[in-house]
Write a protein that binds this ligand. Structure first.
Ligand SMILES: O=P(O)(O)OC[C@H]1O[C@H](O[C@H]2O[C@H](CO)[C@@H](O)[C@H](O)[C@H]2O)[C@H](O)[C@@H](O)[C@@H]1O
Length: 367
């Protein structure tokens, strides 16, 4: 199966006129060039017949499709595919230790309607496993640490949950982190690890908000409150449009009653988080420190993520000369410098990275 739907899928369902077809063929060629891919070898008639099946939305006028596609092509020039610029990335990393940071939902697993069923494929798990055998690798997620571990199930990866508010890693070397929030523990293989929980003081308040909100929202159909330990996700994907206002009102009311918390927005989700200066970017810095990479000249961090909360990590990477990659198939406002279209492309990127890592043992550092 091709990972990249042929751009001709953008054709209107009604018969295109030949000039429109030529415009689309040129756009397709440009798009494929920008993505560093070869042109499709399928014949035009094969492409056309595929286009009818792929274009499921319907009702999209040809002119609009062309405009959207041109926007994507321009955006792709600004945020080149991490697959097509792979060799540039490897050159930029020369002499430095690559460290890989990954988001979970929408990056390692596709977005699905039920958050409890956002499983990653075995192929993706194998790709992450192989990468983690070549380079230090961490997953930084909005989910609770436990839940993200239960999805990923890889012992050789570091984990940070609750948008970085619970991080499991090696004991920190930097004394600037308050030891009050460090808890000694052991991983599944009996190695000593430290769990850093900078929002520990907020835990009783999170529990209280969770139970109050669950009670207050019990009559709003479709809403789902996910307890991510140090933060709460209020999912509204299945809430009727006319009820959405009530969801946001209830969340805002909680914030009025709990002024030490604030709300962030994600993919069909409102998140209630403690107002501490700590986000995915801080967790990334913390992990780099604990892994012994305080000096940004020695390290080449790569971060792959798809959501707004990943922007904090992209920002840190831009400051530190790393490689921020956004997962998106549409133009987006972002601090990331590179892009991948979807989790399947993330998987291809990870496979390529681990192959390069295995072939270049002097530049990679197995743990
Ligand atoms: O930081 P992440 O690992 O990307 O987590 C962010 C949120 O992801 C999950 O919600 C999103 O994915 C769900 C499953 O695909 C989808 O149903 C939901 O609409 C998305 O918002 C997770 O459930 C949240 O708790 C995370 O905060």
């Amino acid at each position: 199966m091709s990972l990249h739907p042929h751009p001709l899928f953008l054709l209107n369902k009604s018969s295109p006129d030949p000039s429109q077809l030529m415009v689309l063929v040129r756009i397709a060629a440009k798009l494929y060039e920008a993505m560093g891919m070869k042109r499709s070898t399928r014949s035009r008639s094969e492409s056309m017949s595929k286009s009818r099946h792929d274009h499921v939305d319907g009702g999209c006028r040809g002119g609009e499709s062309i405009a959207i596609d041109q926007n994507y092509i321009s955006w792709l020039k600004e945020h080149p595919s991490a697959l097509s610029s792979f060799h540039h990335m490897i050159n930029a990393s020369k002499g430095k230790q690559i460290v890989v940071f990954l988001d979970y939902d929408g990056t390692l697993s596709p977005i699905v309607s039920d958050p409890e069923r956002a499983f990653m494929s075995d192929e993706m798990r194998a790709a992450v496993h192989d990468v983690s055998n070549c380079f230090p690798t961490a997953i930084i997620s909005g989910r609770s640490l436990k839940k993200v571990f239960d999805f990923v199930k890889l012992n050789e990866v570091y984990y940070s949950g609750s948008h970085g508010m619970e991080t499991m890693g090696p004991p920190p070397k930097n004394k600037s982190y308050d030891s009050k929030y460090h808890q000694r523990s052991f991983d599944n293989e009996g190695n000593e690890v430290i769990i850093f929980q900078p929002a520990l003081d907020f835990l009783p308040a999170v529990r209280k908000i969770s139970s109050e909100l669950t009670e207050r929202m019990k009559n709003i159909q479709g809403v789902m409150i996910e307890d991510n330990k140090f933060c709460l996700s209020v999912h509204y994907r299945h809430v009727k449009d006319e009820d959405y206002g009530r969801v946001e009102e209830e969340v805002q009311l909680m914030l009025v009653n709990n002024p030490d918390f604030h709300m962030t927005r994600g993919n069909k989700v409102l998140e209630i988080r403690p107002s501490i200066q700590w986000n995915k970017g801080d967790a990334l810095k913390y992990l780099l420190d604990t892994l012994g990479f305080q000096n940004s000249h020695d390290v080449f961090p790569i971060y792959i993520g798809d959501d707004r909360t990943d922007e904090d990590a992209f920002k840190v990477l831009r400051e530190r000369g790393g490689y921020p990659i956004i997962v998106s198939s549409t133009p987006r406002e972002t601090m990331a410098l590179h892009s991948l279209r979807n989790p399947l492309e993330v998987q291809s990127f990870l496979v390529r990275l681990s192959r390069w890592g295995f072939d270049s043992p002097t530049t990679s550092h197995p743990q």
